[in-house]
Design a protein around this ligand. Sequence first.
Ligand code: SIN
Length: 322
Amino acid sequence: MKKTLLALALCSGLVQAAPIELKFSHVVAENTPKGQMATHFKTLVDERLKGEVEVKVYPNSQLFGDGKELEAMLLGDVQMIAPSLSKFQKYTDKLQIFDLPFLFNDMAAVDRFQQGPQGQAMLGSLEQYGLIGLGYLHNGMKQLSASNPLKVPTDAKGRKFRIQTSDVLAAQFDKIGAVPVKKPFAEVFTLLQTRAIDGQENTWSNIYSQKFYEVQPYITESNHGVLDYLVVVNAEFWNGLPEGVRSELKRAVEESVTYGNQVAARKDKEDKAAILASGKSQLVTLTDAERGQWVAAMKPVWQQFEGAIGKDLIDAAVAANQ
Ligand code: SIN
């Protein structure tokens, strides 16, 4: 009886249905490409789906850290996340392509590959696990920070580097005789500060926003890899949305990814400049010959993971450099 009355009240417009709650959890600071993308997404949804969808953004691993966010999404505890591509290893080998060292020359090449047929096909590769990839989001190229200057690969020998949960990244550091340590993003600053680890790899914006530069006296501008994201939603949640709401949300994701990518390009320059201006960390630049040594030492990782990733995919990524 109560249910019938409520249904009647809803139909007659006497009672407003509660908005659909969409929690967007992430691990970085608000003033980063991903943080800004999430905020922009919320703004667009607030404007366009007022009263129908309420977006709540949780930055800085407040709700879930990177070790838990994918699991939480599959349990329905969060509806949208954008983990780094290195964190999907449990679900697919294919996305590991983005971790291969010295694969992409720059972000334009990454973009060409992601927007090409192979990159777009990978967006759907997680559907069998209950996840839908809505789009790639940029952060930038990775640099190496350390407690000692890293000019050539032997400078890293025996030293501990924090990595994301990716076997490709572990192999990359194995190849130079360093010790890779898989740790959540939220723990990196303390590990560096206490000297429990010697270094880490990350983008200029993450090194800046997490203040790694304050406890890492040297940053080698290696551009040896890429750190990008996949914006994903829980498939059951997404497919269960009313058609009109889903298409508006999709449009808002696309627009906020474009916005986030612009922020990424700008912050890559600005945050590098801010780090150098702080005087807390010294920039180590590599000569062509020194960079060649890093390439020669790390590139054998491609061969090691060719079977899992697929030669065709690697060839397509290389072709995106032209
Ligand atoms: C992120 O940018 O989401 C985190 C990257 C990392 O774990 O290093």
